[in-house]
Structures are given as C-alpha cells and as structure tokens.
Design a protein around this ligand. Structure first.
Ligand code: C2E
Ligand code: MG
Ligand code: MG
Length: 660
C-alpha cells in the first residue's frame, strides 16, 4: 500500500478524535484566558481605587505639613497619624530634605531614607524620569504618582517605575500586595514628604475571584464531561464502522480487510504459520445452474463451516468470488496437507447432493517480517497452478514467482523490442529426401534482448499467445520473410518456399487471409513461396472460421500446412475436414520411442494416408541418419531437423542455400 493511501485510510478510520480533543483544548483555553482577563480587570479596578484614595489622603499629609510645620508639631503629628488611621494603605510617612535625608518619620523605625530609597539603581531610575539626585524637582517626583496611575494597567510596568530595590523585590514576591513610594514637595523650603503606600487586595476581591475561578472550573468540567461523552460515542460509532468494513457482504463473515489486519499480527506468532487460499471450483457454473442467490448462500455456508474448522487463534475469511483464505498453524507439511484434505472433505459435505470441488494454494510464512499482502499474492499464484497439477493442493514455491516476474519482464519489453528490431528471423532448412537438397525453410523467431541476450521462442511465444502480442509478432515475421524473399528475387536467386508460423490467436481476425495477402503483396512475392504453418491447437478453435480462412489462403495461392501433426488427438479428424497442402509430423514421433517398430508403423501409415489425400509430408525434429533413411523409404517428402541443420541466421542460410 502506498503511504498516501495508507494515510488516507488511517485518517478515515481515526478521523475526528484528534481534531475533537484539540477543539476541546482550544475552547477551554479560550475560557481560561477570558476568566483570567476578567480577574485581572477586577484586580486593576481595586488597585486604582486604592491609588486614588491614597493620593487624596497623601495630599492631606502635605497640606498638614504646609500648615503646621513651623507652628504646631503636635498638630502635625496628630494629623499625620489620623491620615494613617483613615487610610490603612498609607503605611510610612517620612519627612525628608531635598537631599533625601530623613528629618522625621511616622510609622516604621526611622532609618536613613538614603538606604531605603536611594541606592545605585535609584539614580538610573530617577534619570529615567528626567531627574538627577541632588537637584530634585520634587514636583516632578510627585508627578510620578500620576505616571504610575497610567502605568498601573500593567503590573510589570508598575514594578518598573518603583525605585526602591527592596520594594521591587517585595513586589515580585507579593504581587498581590504592591508597595509604592511617592515623594511630594511641600510649600516649606527643603522639606518634602515621602509616603509609603501599600495596596492589599480586599477579601471581597478574593472572594469574587474565587467564585469566578470555581465557576470557571465547573464550566470546564461540564464541557469536558460532555465532550468526553461525545468522544466515547464517536469511538463506539467508529468501532461499528470498522466492524462493518471488515464484514463480508456476501457471506456476512470476515472479509479480506479483516484478514489483512489480523493476519499481519498473527503471522508474527512464534509458531509455524501457513496461509491457504481455498477455491471452490466452477462457482460461476454453479451460479448459472442455480442462480446467484443460491450461490451466495452456498458461500455463506462454506464460510460458516470454515470458521468452525479453524482454531481460536487461526483465521478464515472470504476473499472474492469463490475464494477463501485461511491462516493456519501447523507442525509439518504432511500434517497440514492431511488437515487441508479433511477440511475439503468437510466442505464438500456442505451440499451433499451437489458435487463441490475445492482446490488450495498454500504458502508457508518463512519470516515474521513477511508481508501479508505478498503472502496472499503467493497463495493466489499457487492456487492458480492447481489446473496444471495432478494434486488439488499446491504449495507455493519461488519458481512460480520467477515465472511471473519473467512474464512481467517480457511483457514490459515486448513493445520496444519490436520497435528496435530485437526480433530476428532464423531460417531452418528443410531437405528433400530425394537427393537431400535444400528445398524449403521454416522461419523461426529469435529475440536478441539487449540485456538478456539470446532468448529462445519457447520462453516468450506462450506468453505472447496469452496476451495477444503474437499477432503483432507473426505480422512482423511475415513482413520480414516477405522482405527477404523480395530481396532474393531482386538478386535473381532461385526462391525456396519459406514457411511462417501463424498462431491460433490470429484466427480471431475475420479477414486473416486478406491481411496476410496484403503483407506479402506489398513486397510482390509470388504466393507459392510463402507457406503458412498452423499449429494443431488452432484446429480446436472455431472450425467454420478456420475452414473459411484455409480455403481463402489456398485460393490466394498460399500453401497451408499443419504444424506438429500428431501432437494432439484429433489430427486424423482435421485431415478429413481441412484442405491442407502439407502436414508436418511432430518431432515427438521420433523422440525416445520405446517401441520403434510400432512407431515406425504409425509414421509409415500416416505418411501413406497423407499421400493418398494429396498432401506433402515434412518430418520435424530429425536428428539421425537412421531416421532420414527410414523416412526416405516411407516416401516422406521433406526433412527438417538438426541432422541437416539447426535454425540459422539469415546470412548463414544464404551461404548454405546460395553459396554467398
Ligand atoms: P515449431 O514451429 O514446431 O518449430 C520447430 C521447433 O523445433 C523449433 O524450435 C526448432 O528449432 C526445433 N527443432 C527443429 N529441428 C530440431 C531437432 O532436430 N531437434 C530438436 N530438439 N529441435 C528441433 P524453436 O525455434 O525453439 O521454436 C519453438 C516453437 O516456437 C515453434 O515450434 C513454433 O511453434 C514457435 N515459434 C517459433 N517462431 C515462431 C514465430 O515466428 N511465430 C509463431 N507464432 N510461433 C513461433
Ligand atoms: Mg512451425
Ligand atoms: Mg513444429
């Protein structure tokens, strides 16, 4: 599976859980931010109230000094004490000169104001506010109170403008109890008043904030519970969907998806595991006879039976059509074969009155890292080989895969091969028995592959016959032979008939005779020098079309021969039905014959029969002198075989035929 497809499926499967959780977090974060902001506003409002009241009362202190400093110290003290009582925010009052030396203090122990208020940071801070120590413009310092008011909106800024280092420290430690020093200028020369304000948060504010926080926590809890319920429901829904996805619509049992998912885990078990593809043969036949519904019911019953026959940790699922897949544990190959046979017997008993036939492909899991999809492909390949085997259980082996890989390779390369003229014509001479002279030839294809080198037709012709490419190849060979004949003709050479193989696939073309005629006529080659070899398998196809084509070819003057005569079973029948010119006795007649006398008798009689029907006889695959002598005695016309020559490249054939 490509990673894109994988991702898409995973997304579909686990779709909205993550976005949902993220959504909840997002909504909750917004609620938290909102509540915190609200608390902050309440807190600020509170601070502002304190600031205003403190400023008012601080001005009363300044006023008291202005009035009483030189006249009534007692009254001054009382006034200040009263202000302090009235406004608990005002904690300490220091009377200082312009150089910030403390003259008098009300509140804490009198200490040098320099040490409280002035240290090295102070000068910088004062400078920040446009002031220089020693030349204090107390008005401006007083103004800092109002600057503070502006800046109080931000606690950090508030800390910034406080100039006492220790106050800053205490502020950062107790942010809820900010302390502020304010210096006021009085009307008395060289007398200023420095007031320390502390702004505690009231219990009312605390309570409000607490209530808000509780409400907010409750709100979050409610939404979280609600959302969690929703997620739970969603997970349940998702489980149902997954169940649906892994349920087979035909049998109502497990399907391929289910098998792939579970199987991928189970093949990692530390036991011997095998994957089995079980096929109910002729299912389409069954459906045609009893209807699709009955067919599906049968598959359902088979699936049920299979599920009851596999172990708890084994698997059974329906693939497609009439194919099932099993994951089984086993000890030895023999034991598994026995078990499969008994499973098949059980399955055939599902419908006692109907004859059910099963075949199986088996593949052992060799490593825990095996891919379940690959294993499924392997068993599919193995089960498809049952038709070529005598057994109904076929075990997968690597050569099956190699065959498939080879087929793929051939199919990938064939189009370019024809364009690049990688197919070459080889000619195998046919010799007359009388005088043993080169009298004809057969054109046989050879593939000179740029990477694989020389490839024999046996390795690619069957593949081309299956995929239909043989039609193109046959046309290519016909054209090449016509070109050769035309060349020899133009060079004044005496032509010999050259036969070209025409595959049975070609007989699907309605106008095959005209088609061949067009190719040959393009090069103006006399038709009697072209012979068309039809393999015997072609004679099993539509007889009407075959007869029509053979007649037409003959009417155009081409010679038609039956290749590999005797390799099949209906040879004599086809001799009766088809007006052929030549029959080519199959090489098998002459190969590893146990009873030579019997074989010679058959060959002799076949030759005389064909002769009586007016046909020419060619014997193929002749390798020995004895065979040649025997065939000459039986009046066989031509001999093709390694005894005289192997198939030759064109130049060597020319050498042999024309001596050039
Ligand atoms: P075929 O048409 O019956 O060709 C005869 C085959 O027997 C050739 O094999 C040839 O090399 C081989 N042969 C000839 N004499 C002897 C002998 O004395 N001993 C042995 N052991 N073999 C001999 P080849 O060339 O490998 O071709 C195999 C088959 O492939 C051909 O059988 C034919 O059916 C098919 N084929 C070859 N070329 C073409 C083609 O161009 N088109 C089509 N449709 N089929 C072709
Ligand atoms: Mg042939
Ligand atoms: Mg042949």
């Amino acid at each position: 599976m490509s990673w894109k497809k994988d991702l898409k499926i995973k997304r579909l499967r686990y779709r909205s859980i993550i976005p949902r959780v993220l959504g909840i977090c997002f909504v909750d974060a917004i609620v938290i931010a909102f509540v915190l902001f609200f608390c902050y506003l309440i807190f600020l409002g509170q601070i502002n109230n304190y600031l205003f009241s403190s400023h008012k009362d601080s001005l009363d202190v300044v006023q008291a000094i202005n009035t009483n400093w030189n006249t009534n110290t007692v009254a001054l003290n009382m006034e200040i004490e009263q202000v302090k009582k009235r406004n608990s925010n005002i904690q300490d009052v220091y009377i200082v000169d312009d150089n910030l030396n403390i003259i008098n203090s009300f509140g804490s122990e009198p200490i040098s104001f320099e040490t409280v208020f002035m240290d090295e940071d102070v000068e910088e801070d004062l400078a920040d506010h446009g002031m220089v120590r020693g030349e204090l413009d107390v008005d401006e310092i007083a103004l800092s109170f109002f600057n503070l008011k502006d800046k109080i909106k931000n606690v950090i800024n508030f800390v910034d403008i406080v100039t006492d280092k220790r106050v800053i420290d205490s502020l950062s430690e107790e942010i809820m109890f900010p302390t502020q020093w304010v210096l006021y200028k009085t009307d008395i020369n060289n007398i200023n008043v420095c007031i320390k304000n502390c702004y505690p948060i009231s219990s009312y504010t605390y309570n409000v904030i607490l209530v808000i926080c509780v409400c907010f926590a409750a709100a979050i809890l409610v939404t979280a519970v609600y959302e969690l319920r929703k997620i739970g429901q969603y997970i349940l829904e998702q489980k149902k969907i997954n169940k649906l996805v892994s349920t087979d619509t035909v049998t109502g049992g497990n399907n391929k998806e289910y098998f792939l998912q579970k199987g991928a885990r189970l093949i990692r078990a530390p036991r011997k595991v095998a994957i089995v593809q079980l096929r109910l043969e002729k299912y389409h036949n069954f459906c045609s006879a009893y209807g699709v519904k009955v067919g599906e019911n049968l598959l359902e019953e088979i699936h049920e039976k299979l599920s009851s026959l596999v172990g708890k940790k084994e698997l059974a699922a329906h693939l497609e059509n009439a194919d099932f897949v099993l994951l089984l544990y086993y000890k030895t190959t023999e034991l598994l074969n026995e078990r499969l046979n008994s499973i098949i017997t059980e399955l055939t008993s599902v419908r006692k009155t109907q004859h059910l036939l099963f075949s199986a492909g088996v593949c052992e899991v060799k490593s825990r890292n095996d891919d379940i999809n690959d294993l499924l492909t392997s068993v599919g390949l193995a089960v498809s080989k049952v038709s070529e085997s005598t057994e109904n259980i076929v075990w997968f082996n690597e050569s099956m895969k190699e065959e498939q890989v080879w087929e793929r390779r051939i199919e990938d390369d064939m189009e370019t091969a024809i364009m690049n003229h990688e197919f070459q014509v080889y000619l195998q001479p046919k010799y007359s028995t009388k005088g043993e002279k080169l009298a004809a030839a057969e054109a046989l294809v050879r593939w000179i592959h740029p990477k694989l080198g020389f490839v024999n037709p046996g390795k690619f012709i069957p593949i081309f016959e299956q995929n239909g490419f043989i039609i193109q190849l046959d046309d290519y060979m016909l054209t090449a032979v016509a070109k050769l004949q035309a060349k020899w003709l133009s060079e004044g050479k005496k032509l010999v008939p050259v036969s070209v193989n025409v595959s049975r696939a070609h007989f699907t073309c309605d106008d095959l005779a005209e088609h061949i005629c067009r190719i040959i006529d393009k090069y103006k080659v006399p038709h009697e020098y072209i012979e068309l070899e039809l393999t015997e398998s072609a004679f099993f196809d539509d007889k009407e079309v075959l007869l029509k084509t053979v007649r037409q070819l003959k009417s155009y003057g081409f010679k038609v021969s039956m290749d590999d005569f005797g390799a099949g079973y209906s040879s004599l029948n086809s001799l009766k039905e088809l007006p052929l010119d030549i029959i080519k006795l199959d090489a098998e007649f002459f190969r590893s014959v146990d009873d030579l006398t019997r074989s010679n008798l058959i060959v002799g009689d076949t030759i005389s029969l064909a002769k009586k029907l007016g046909m020419q006889i060619v014997a193929e695959g002749i390798e020995t002198r004895e065979q040649v002598d025997f065939l000459a005695k039986q009046h066989c016309d031509l001999i093709q075989g390694f005894y005289f020559s192997k198939p030759l490249p064109v130049s060597e054939f020319e050498q042999r035929a024309y001596g050039v």
